[in-house]
Design a protein around this ligand. Structure first.
Ligand SMILES: C[S@@+](CC[C@H](N)C(=O)[O-])C[C@H]1O[C@@H](n2cnc3c(N)ncnc32)[C@H](O)[C@@H]1O
Length: 265
């Protein structure tokens, strides 16, 4: 895990090297379109306020729940009581990124979506609202957290999400064995090198040319940076976009030469 100072340095480097936020000078039409219509779409969608209201409630709820702490490891460390607001503050994707995921789903309209790491279901809800004809399967190890997520889906009248409870190490592979192919995959749990590479490899067997795979916290630690390098180097990956806090990979065959972009966000 990098220290805050190391991370700040990394961010500074990324910012200097990254392409301009508007995409000037980006020669890929696909990436230019992504920047213009997805990343930089500044419309205020009504779904945003509805979901952010739920986040606000979580952030002000100091009642404690018993959680199974998976930490950054795949094995169950310990179970302990933690206040909801502290979990919400530390593990939910900030609004800016959750809303970017919303726009990705809104623009590309994936039908089959997978999320690893439901937590309280904030990003899950964004994805579900953005792709109302899609079906989202989200994985969460802690039953008490999953149960709050399911309550939130009810409050938001969302019915296209199913939550698979249990350790990813136990639930993912049997689930995938009869799942077919996913259109959008968001990996946001268990941020360790080997686990991340393992999820990538498992998902690879369930992708098609137009699948979009998104990884959270790709610069969070040396291990995650190694995993990210390995992922974007994979022969099937034809295009990758680094937004520092998240990384997006594509498998489209129209990109004849592998390309990698760092873009300011
Ligand atoms: C960063 S949070 C997900 C946040 C959520 N995507 C959002 O932005 O709203 C990661 C979640 O993954 C769960 N998790 C981590 N490792 C796990 C594992 N090996 N098996 C099952 N769940 C795990 C944790 O309990 C935690 O709730």
């Amino acid at each position: 895990l990098y220290s805050p100072l190391q991370l700040a340095r990394k961010y500074f480097n990324y910012y200097l090297k990254a392409s301009n936020a508007k995409g000037h000078g980006v020669h890929s039409p696909f990436v230019f379109e992504f920047i213009k219509f997805v990343k930089n779409d500044r419309k205020h969608y009504a779904d945003y306020s509805e979901i952010e209201l739920i986040r606000k409630k979580l952030l002000s709820d100091n009642s404690a729940i018993e959680v199974e702490d998976f930490g950054a490891g795949s094995t169950l460390l310990k179970s302990k009581k933690r206040p909801i607001n502290r979990i919400a503050a530390s593990s939910l994707k900030p609004k800016r990124f959750a809303q970017l995921l919303y726009r990705v789903a809104k623009y590309y309209q994936p039908k089959k979506i997978i999320e690893l790491g439901t937590s309280f279901g904030i990003t899950t809800s964004y994805l579900a609202k953005a792709a109302p004809h899609g079906i989202i399967t989200s994985f969460e190890g802690s039953p008490s957290i999953a149960s709050i997520a399911k309550d939130n889906f009810k409050k938001l009248s969302i019915s296209n999400i199913s939550v698979v409870e249990g350790d990813f190490g136990q639930t993912l592979s049997p689930f995938l064995s009869n799942y077919g192919e996913a259109d959008l995959i968001f990996i946001d749990g268990n941020h360790r090198r080997d686990a991340t590479i393992d999820y990538f490899n498992q998902f690879l067997g369930h992708t098609h040319e137009y699948t979009i795979m998104i990884f959270d916290d790709i610069h969070w630690s040396e291990g995650m940076e190694e995993a990210w390098e390995q992922i974007i180097g994979h022969e099937k990956v034809t295009l990758s976009i680094d937004l520092f806090y998240i990384g997006i990979v594509f498998f489209r065959k129209e990109f004849k030469v592998k390309q990698h972009f760092s873009i300011r966000f």
